[in-house]
Each structure stands twice: as structure tokens, then as C-alpha cells.
Design a protein. Structure first.
Length: 139
């Protein structure tokens, strides 16, 4: 018999408190979940979209505006920090909401990867992280 709790159960502290670290080549980005137990995400998203509600309903909110709003939401409620991130010239980039928005908009593939990772329930399961930690300790 299958257990839906083992398939869909998440660690609420990973979703909105401790978060998870996305490792890239030479840098890492810390995130909370986009949804789930991260109530701040829902609140920030609603607040950012409220002034644009009519355009959203009409399908008239342009792609560029939509992407910028989402980057702002992620900078405030999903991305919580980073290590080893540099600007175009290789200078260390301090984590701020403004720098985060710029990075996400300048590097759409990175932004898409963060969106996918922050939306993937598997990244916020305690069991999955325990297995991953054991595997990386063996390497």
C-alpha cells in the first residue's frame, strides 16, 4: 500500500525557515519554497499582483512586466541568500533584493532553474534531503 505522506509530505521548516541550497559551479543560492508552507511567498505575490489585477484578468500584462514582478517576488520571498555570486566583472555581489532582481532578469535560465527548484516538492522533503546528504558524504 502506498503512503501519500511519504510522496507529498514536506518539511515545513525547509519550505519557509531553513530553506535549501542550490549548488551550481562555483556558487550557491539559498531558497525557500514557492508555495507550500512559505506563507510569505503567497503574501508577497498577492501584494505585488494586486495593482495589476485588472491587466492580469484581461491577459494584458506584458511578459516583461510579468517577469519583473515575479523576480521581485522571488527576491523578497524565495531567494534568501547566496555564496560566491559575482557580477559580470567577477566582483563579489552582495545579496540584496535589488541585486537579486537584477541577477534573475539578466540570467533568465538561472531564474527558470530557481523557479523550477523552488516549485519542486521533492526539494523540500526531509527524506529526500537525508538521502542526498548520505550520497554526497560517500563521494
Amino acid at each position: 500500500m502506498g503512503n501519500p505522506y511519504s510522496v507529498f509530505g514536506t518539511d515545513k521548516s525547509l519550505e519557509a525557515e531553513k530553506g535549501v541550497k542550490l549548488e551550481y559551479d562555483g556558487f550557491s543560492i539559498n531558497i525557500h519554497r514557492a508555495g507550500g508552507g512559505n506563507r510569505n511567498y503567497q503574501r508577497v505575490l498577492a501584494n505585488k499582483m494586486r495593482p495589476h489585477r485588472r491587466k492580469v484578468e484581461q491577459g494584458a500584462l506584458g511578459e516583461e512586466v510579468s517577469r519583473r514582478l515575479l523576480a521581485e517576488v522571488y527576491a523578497e520571498a524565495v531567494v534568501t541568500g547566496w555564496d560566491g555570486v559575482t557580477d559580470r566583472d567577477g566582483k563579489a555581489l552582495e545579496f540584496t533584493a535589488e541585486n537579486c532582481v537584477t541577477l534573475l532578469l539578466d540570467l533568465p535560465d538561472l531564474f527558470d532553474d530557481i523557479i523550477n527548484s523552488a516549485s519542486d516538492v521533492r526539494n523540500f522533503r526531509a527524506v529526500e534531503l537525508e538521502i542526498e546528504e548520505k550520497n554526497s558524504a560517500k563521494s
